[in-house]
Design a protein around this ligand. Structure first.
Ligand SMILES: [Zn+2]
Length: 577
């Protein structure tokens, strides 16, 4: 089936190439630096109609006269104008897994004038169509439809509407090369590249829905807070919400509309559906302890954050900026607690650096786990994050001089969420709670201009040089460490004190301060040691309260708090003499 589709599209593409030479088309030449859209929803028809203006900047090195504007394949281009005049464009389907339908409606636009590198052009656009539930891009790589629909839940419908932006549904124009789910990381690479290009873009969309009814109107939400506005004109109701960001950062513009019940304890907003009252009270009960924890570590939450419910309880949760979509059908108090902590950290520590913004929120979840279930529970939680970036770090480590994705600038979610959570955790283990709290307390998004800003804050609070650590983990990506115990020798001092000399080796290209534990008859002792990249480090450990002959049985390096390539070589057994 896929072959037929791509062949068909290939044909259409060939027809179009008669008009626009394919070689001349650089789909990622233009960045859309500004959106100003009016979006009308008609849920009964699953329809969306949009008009507005976008600003395109030529980020390529060559002058450009042709631009490819893309929207979801279930939408169609109606008009494209420059300087008040309609411009010539050819509309064609373009296969790409960046959209849930697995294809885009692409308008190949010939601009009236050539746009020089770094110059911009404002374009007036109009498009419309439907956004029904569609899991095509997942189903065609073999995901069973029933499961695919829980992941690919975007739709406009009379009972529940929720639509995510680029990477899910192109409900606003994008400019990308084709992405393919079946080709390794192609989809994620295209999406990450898109996000990085649009991070500084301004986005404004006013979403509205009008209807003739006396019933209670639905709530329409976009960015958090109760920004849904309801106007009533005789019997007709107009519901609107504004989606606006001065800089998109990692945000995926998303809107949702349903008969939400709404409650708030500013800055926190909860939008839930009828029948999920028990889940809602789970969240209400979890709010106070979460608030207390976050205030103690990250300062007072201020900016509005929201959690919105799903109609389908199996829908996969999704987060964008300060809006979290998660089902409230289940009464999972642990999950409610960590979800709240995550959102409240966003509220307390705004940042335009993804690794700071999301990294701190995931790190806070791990600390909250520790508060409830001890260090091991927290490390188990972090362990789930390790799987997310382990494979790509293995690839980086395997190729010499491979420049991976430095945390400080990455737009790869698995890095700025999962790897960053570990980096904050390691920093906490290294400098202690007080110093890290102090540094976070001084953090100001508006002052975070220099890549070394965070390093300097922590160094000042901890009075310790952390340059090597930031170099290995934040400014560069050279993979992960790989620790092993090279040797361990128990011996006795003249006074009868039992000592163990331990040498640890780091086979990886990234250094870390790592904990190791000595297990001996009647107890265990844990110490920490710095082992730089491709080096060894030796230390002597005095066993506590022992003055006689003690049998040392085992040395274990890394309790799981440092993400490393290989965890199978971490235990060293000492056989009895
Ligand atoms: Zn987050």
């Amino acid at each position: 089936m896929k072959l037929v589709i791509s062949r068909l599209l290939g044909c259409l593409g060939l027809l179009c190439s008669l008009i626009v030479p394919a070689s001349a088309l650089n789909r990622e030449a233009f960045t859309i630096t500004k959106y100003d859209l009016e979006v009308r929803l008609e849920p009964e028809q699953q329809r969306l109609g949009a008009r507005g203006k976008i600003t395109l900047r030529n980020d390529s090195g060559q002058p450009q006269k042709v631009v490819a504007l893309q929207i979801s394949s279930s939408l169609s281009w109606r008009s494209i104008r420059v300087d008040g005049k309609s411009v010539q464009f050819v509309s064609q389907p373009y296969t790409s897994d960046i959209d849930h339908t697995g294809a885009l409606s692409e308008a190949i636009v010939t601009l009236p004038l050539e746009i020089k590198p770094k110059d911009s052009v404002e374009v007036e656009i109009g498009y419309e169509g439907v956004i029904p539930l569609d899991a095509t891009r997942l189903v065609r790589i073999g995901v069973p439809e029933g499961i695919a629909k829980h992941t690919s839940w975007d739709q406009i419908s009379p009972w529940f509407t929720a639509v995510r932006g680029a990477g899910y549904v192109a409900w606003y124009p994008i400019t990308t090369e084709s992405a393919d789910f079946s080709e390794g990381n192609s989809l994620f690479e295209v999406v990450d590249r898109w996000k990085a290009r649009e991070a500084a873009s301004e986005f404004k969309a006013r979403v509205t829905m009008s209807r003739e009814s006396n019933e209670e109107p639905p709530l329409l939400i976009c960015s958090p807070g109760r920004d849904s506005i309801i106007e009533q004109i005789s019997r007709a109701q107009l519901v609107s919400a504004s989606c606006s960001w001065t800089r998109l950062g990692t945000v995926t513009p998303t809107f949702a509309m349903a008969n939400y019940q709404y409650q708030s304890k500013p800055p926190f907003y909860l939008f839930s559906l009828t029948g999920h009252e028990a889940g809602v009270s789970t969240y209400s009960n979890a709010l106070e302890p979460a608030m207390k924890f976050v205030s103690g570590w990250f300062g007072q939450p201020r900016a509005p954050v929201a959690i919105a419910d799903f109609a389908d309880p199996n829908s996969a949760p999704f987060e964008s900026g300060t809006l979290l979509m998660a089902s409230m059908a289940a009464e999972d108090s642990k999950l409610a607690g960590t979800n709240l902590v995550h959102e409240l950290v966003h509220s307390a520590v705004p940042s335009l650096r993804p690794w700071v913004y999301e990294g701190l929120a995931h790190f806070a979840e791990a600390m909250y786990r520790q508060q409830q279930g001890g260090r091991e529970a927290a490390l188990d939680f972090l362990g789930l994050h390790r799987a997310a970036f382990l494979d790509s770090e293995k690839e980086v480590a395997a190729v010499q001089n491979n420049v991976g994705q430095p945390l400080v600038s990455t737009f790869d979610e698995t890095y700025y969420r999962s790897k960053a959570a570990y980096v904050w955790w390691m920093l906490r283990d290294m400098v202690g709670d007080d110093a890290l709290k102090q540094a976070i307390g001084k953090y100001r998004a508006e002052d975070d201009k220099d890549p070394k800003y965070v390093e300097r804050l922590i160094e000042a609070a901890a009075k310790r040089d952390l340059g090597w650590f930031f170099d290995d983990w934040v400014y560069q990506d050279r993979g992960l460490p790989d620790f092993r115990v090279q040797s361990a020798h128990p011996w006795k001092t003249e006074k009868g004190m039992q000592i163990v000399t331990v040498t640890l080796e780091n086979l990886g290209s990234v250094g870390a301060e790592v904990p190791f534990t000595i297990l001996f008859e009647g107890g265990e002792i844990t110490k920490r040691i710095e082992v730089r990249a491709r080096s060894t480090a030796t230390t002597r450990v005095e066993l506590p309260g022992t003055s006689g002959e003690v049998k040392v049985s085992e040395i274990r390096v890394n309790d799981g708090s440092v993400p490393e390539i290989d965890l199978t070589n971490n235990v060293f057994r000492i056989s009895a003499p």
